[in-house]
Design a protein around this ligand. Structure first.
Ligand SMILES: Cc1cc2nc3c(=O)[nH]c(=O)nc-3n(C[C@H](O)[C@H](O)[C@H](O)COP(=O)(O)OP(=O)(O)OC[C@H]3O[C@@H](n4cnc5c(N)ncnc54)[C@H](O)[C@@H]3O)c2cc1C
Length: 129
């Protein structure tokens, strides 16, 4: 039984984990990938204190901090959440399931594409959403 399960290891999920772990809550992050949409950005320039850096590098630092404070991280796709009395059961596509007292949904979004030439090629390198 985890105190908190966080679905999604993008900026929001990893930040949430830093907060929950600093308060000694037993925390599990379940995510399809680490970094989410920020991985698509070659230059993050609006995050104070770090200077410009690639999104993947910034997310790696978020991950290191969350893990450093004690978060557990597993890769997987959540496809079902059930409320069972005073807890939640989080089920993954691979058949595994985990229980928690509190659930944080930080599964972000997928930007809409226009479907025009060059959009995919230059995403995060001039093309943004
Ligand atoms: C091209 C581009 C450039 C950008 N540039 C900037 C910038 O310069 N500065 C800035 O501040 N912001 C920028 N953004 C916006 C920024 O990336 C988002 O605001 C941020 O990623 C949102 O974080 P999030 O954690 O809410 O969601 P996301 O980053 O979307 O992360 C969601 C996470 O949830 C996981 N997930 C989704 N569904 C499931 C599921 N069913 N089971 C398990 N895991 C799941 C995903 O794998 C992912 O890890 C940019 C976005 C894009 C696309």
């Amino acid at each position: 039984m985890y105190d908190v399960i966080i679905v999604g290891a993008g900026a929001a999920g990893l930040t949430a984990a830093i907060y929950t772990c600093r308060k000694k809550l037993k925390t599990l992050i379940v995510s399809i990938d680490v970094g989410g949409q920020t991985n698509l950005t070659s230059h993050i320039e609006n995050y104070p204190g770090t200077g410009a850096m690639h999104g993947i590098e910034l997310m790696r630092r978020f991950q290191d901090e969350a893990i450093g404070f004690g978060a557990e991280l597993i890769m997987g796709k959540v496809n079902k959440v059930d409320k069972i009395k005073n807890s939640f059961r989080v089920s993954l596509a691979n058949g595994e399931s985990y229980d928690c007292k509190a659930l944080i949904l930080a599964y972000g979004k997928v930007p809409k594409s226009l479907g025009i030439e060059g959009e995919e090629k230059f995403m995060g390198r001039g093309v943004s959403t």
